[in-house]
Design a protein around this ligand. Sequence first.
Ligand SMILES: Nc1nc(=O)c2c([nH]1)NC[C@@H]1CN(c3ccc(C(=O)N[C@@H](CCC(=O)O)C(=O)O)cc3)CN21
Ligand SMILES: O=c1ccn([C@H]2C[C@H](O)[C@@H](COP(=O)(O)O)O2)c(=O)[nH]1
Length: 338
Amino acid sequence: MRQYLELVESALSGGVYKPNRTGVDTISSFSEQYEVDLQEGYPLLTTKQMDGYRWNSMLHEVCWYLSGEEHIRELREETKIWDAWADDEGHLDTAYGRFWRRYPIPEGEARLEGESWPDETHRWVTEEEGGRLTFDQLQYVVDTLSDSPNSRRLVVNAWHPANATISTLPPCHYSFVFNVQGDRLNCHLTQRSGDIALGVPFNVAAYALLTKVVATQTGFEPGTFAHTVVDAHVYCGRGDRGEWYADNLETLQSRLADVDDREEYRAVREWLESEAPAEADGENGYDHVPNLLEQLTREPNERPTLELGDATIDDLSYEDVELHGYDSHAPLTFSVAE
Ligand SMILES: Nc1nc(=O)c2c([nH]1)NC[C@@H]1CN(c3ccc(C(=O)N[C@@H](CCC(=O)O)C(=O)O)cc3)CN21
Ligand SMILES: O=c1ccn([C@H]2C[C@H](O)[C@@H](COP(=O)(O)O)O2)c(=O)[nH]1
């Protein structure tokens, strides 16, 4: 996927050095965006290996979103990618699916005079155990795509401002909007914070799959996936390794500006590895820059395709999704900044 390499290139060559809460510093760029035409195949990266256990993790993650669960008790049997952010019982207080499928509706005293809210008889409202009311945003989108496809209100929002201030990890991809043009269903995702090496490849794959599921269910062709990443960052290491970029980013960027041919990114990588202090023992792979430079040397292969049964947002399972024609370059590993 060419757009991903352009994102990597743009963030590295235009970003600024930015420490953050994780203790692993970043090179960060404001408001990166790109679009992918889903008619040209499924945008699973081919410049590193994304099938096998990574594909497994991503697919189970999407099924978990769709389940609406607020815990990861089943998800963690399949992948460990969310374990670090959940409590011992598996609760994750900003689980995406919980907001997609079961967004809380204010009740009683929380309702202000003059506000209108749907009651438990409303089409997309569920009265849960204990009488709590929740709203199914995704079902609203699916139904409205059939009833009024020209709607400009097909928004799904995972952001709850009050929860976000105390959550261990407020949602990163926090809002998406579907939009129909002709017979095509487009999806625009806004992400407040994007880990370019690790998170973004999963995010693109997940939303491209979601768009295909919703399009299939509602009788549209998948159209364009558009992605805005507000703080798009490349982790660049802890301690001395991370701080090296504070003083040397300009030199790195002038070397990047001189690259004419993708092979030359390898020389930039070699220069970096010879100049920057080594990552400390036990802290390997937190600097994502070298392996992203390696990715920039690689030519993207043809996009694979996805085959979906007639699964819907309510019953999509791992077995329903088949990836065809996937051919990738060698795997690359990156460490996760927590
Ligand atoms: N720093 C950071 N980056 C993220 O992308 C991220 C977070 N934190 N926190 C919450 C979620 C969890 N997500 C994650 C977490 C780990 C991997 C990861 O380790 N990916 C490996 C494969 C691991 C596996 O499938 O078991 C990779 O090589 O892509 C990916 C996304 C995305 N999010
Ligand atoms: O789907 C996801 C989830 C998380 N991320 C990344 C983006 C950041 O690197 C961290 C979150 O840290 P904040 O300090 O809360 O921004 O996780 C991602 O890229 N994709």
